[in-house]
Design a protein around this ligand. Structure first.
Ligand code: GLC
Length: 458
């Protein structure tokens, strides 16, 4: 009898285990919920840093569309037969000469001022809860000692340093989550160009597994997927390993960039970029957690000719964060460090201004979710988030007139975050009417956006 019970238990246990095994199919992979923590953290810092940080140039003010202003695409553009390509080539030949090759930039990618603890401190003060660093961009240069990328990595040449490892340690020591961007394709890798299957089996998958096992990231942010369907990239096989057998299988988050057919359809959380889904169809209404990413200016990689007119103001950046979070998403805001390892001071200033606003108003952002009643309350410059029974009303312009909110059945106490004054509120039917308080400069909690907290009304 005892033997029978043991056999039954063993069968039940292995059945449960195998039930958790994700199969290499999108149906199975997509069944894994995006870990809860991702929906709580809301604000992350994207970092585009690589050999492209040396030329650090793109025609920021030319009328050539969003993608041609990405400075991290410099190598591709100087070889591209296009209007944008001519602008990049003319610049390159004028500045460096026709006999100066992109690879020649690598020696000047020296990161000599790189101070990972300082970077992590800036991100923490910015109120960011996660960081995503380009471990390898489309140029194929790895910021860690990848054996598949011999002599084209940050330890063999340039910085002679494991930039991924050093930043991951500093970010985790600062209490933030660490993620890596990884480009599936490489523009000029002969293996990629001539034997895709061998590239995937012997280069790409081993690199991704190396990244995951070495640094145990919270996010693996893939990109550069558009040339081939996910089947060619063997994406579901890799994700089955990541979810079943990797050291981060229970906590890791991935995005939706796993093949030309997968954005806003498969993988983990969905991504938009400069407000666009890849096919330029505009921000899709998605059921899954999602994340907007963009630079502070027109580029992900540092562009040294960008001017103030290219940069979003701190006010606009706070409004962007509010808009994305109220829409149920996260904001992954990019910085482009210089080749010698500095975060440009204006970028630091923008981040710290966001952090100052979050110091006072962060409870209306972190751990919140989209309020289903926001659809019925389309009020200009007014956004909503919810947390438990509390409703937050985020005003990106100081409301001088009454704010009338429909669909509130209970009267809750209302206060403005950062202001120790009672806020006048009245109920009429299922509407709540907030009368903005008089706020003088001495008690003004923010120059950017103002938040009312309505307690116990949901
Ligand atoms: C696009 C660009 C790439 C950038 C990425 C960030 O895929 O090709 O340069 O890293 O967007 O979302």
């Amino acid at each position: 009898m005892r033997k029978l019970i043991f056999i039954l238990f063993a069968v039940l246990f292995s059945a449960t285990l195998s039930a958790q095994k994700y199969q290499p199919t999108w149906e199975s992979i997509d069944s894994r919920p995006v870990p809860q923590w991702f929906g709580d953290v809301k604000f992350g810092i994207f970092i585009h840093w690589g050999v492209y940080s040396v030329p650090a140039w793109a025609p920021a003010n030319a009328d050539i569309g969003v993608y041609a202003k990405y400075a991290e695409w410099y190598w591709w553009r100087i070889n591209e037969k296009s209007e944008a390509g001519k602008l990049f080539r003319d610049y390159h030949n004028k500045m460096y000469g026709e006999n100066f090759y992109y690879q020649d930039f690598a020696r000047d990618f020296n990161a000599k001022h790189f101070d990972p603890a300082h970077w992590a401190n800036v991100f923490k003060k910015a109120g960011a809860k996660y960081v995503v660093l380009t471990s390898k961009h489309h140029e194929g240069f790895t910021l860690w000692p990848s054996e598949q990328s011999w002599n084209w990595n940050s330890v063999d040449i340039g910085p002679h340093r494991d930039l991924c490892g050093d930043l991951a340690k500093a970010v985790k020591d600062a209490g933030l989550r660490m993620g890596f961007y990884y480009s599936l394709y490489e523009w000029y890798n002969p293996l990629y160009k001539n034997n895709l299957e061998k590239y995937v089996d012997d280069h790409m998958i081993p690199q991704m597994k190396d990244l995951v096992t070495r640094y145990e990231p919270d996010i693996l942010w893939t990109d550069g997927e558009w040339d081939h369907p996910s089947e060619k990239w063997k994406s579901t096989e890799f994700l089955a390993w990541l979810y079943n057998d990797s050291p981060v299988k229970n906590t890791v988050c991935v995005n939706d960039r796993w093949g030309k057919e997968t954005r806003s359809k498969h993988g983990g959380y969905f991504t938009t970029e400069y407000g666009m889904v890849h096919e330029q169809t505009g921000v899709g209404e998605v059921e899954r957690p999602w994340e907007e990413c963009r630079g502070i200016g027109t580029s992900f990689g540092y562009n040294k000719i960008e001017d103030l007119n290219n940069y979003m103001s701190s006010d606009a950046l706070v409004d962007l964060l509010i808009e994305k979070v109220a829409g149920g998403g996260n904001l992954l805001l990019d910085i482009g460090p210089t080749a010698d390892g500095r975060i440009p001071v204006i970028q630091q200033q923008r981040l710290l201004d966001i952090g100052s606003w979050l110091d006072i108003n962060g409870e209306a952002i972190y751990g919140t979710r989209k309020w289903e009643g926001s659809g019925k309350n389309k009020i200009e410059n007014v956004f909503f988030t919810k947390k438990g029974a509390d409703l937050y009303v985020l005003c990106t312009k100081f409301a001088e007139k009454e704010i009338v909110i429909e669909g509130i059945s209970k009267a809750g106490e209302v206060k403005m975050l950062g202001v120790n004054q009672k806020v006048k509120v009245k109920k009429s039917g299922n509407k709540l009417v907030i009368s903005p308080p008089a706020v003088n400069p001495a008690i003004n909690p923010s120059p950017y956006a103002w938040v009312y907290k309505i307690e116990n009304v949901l």
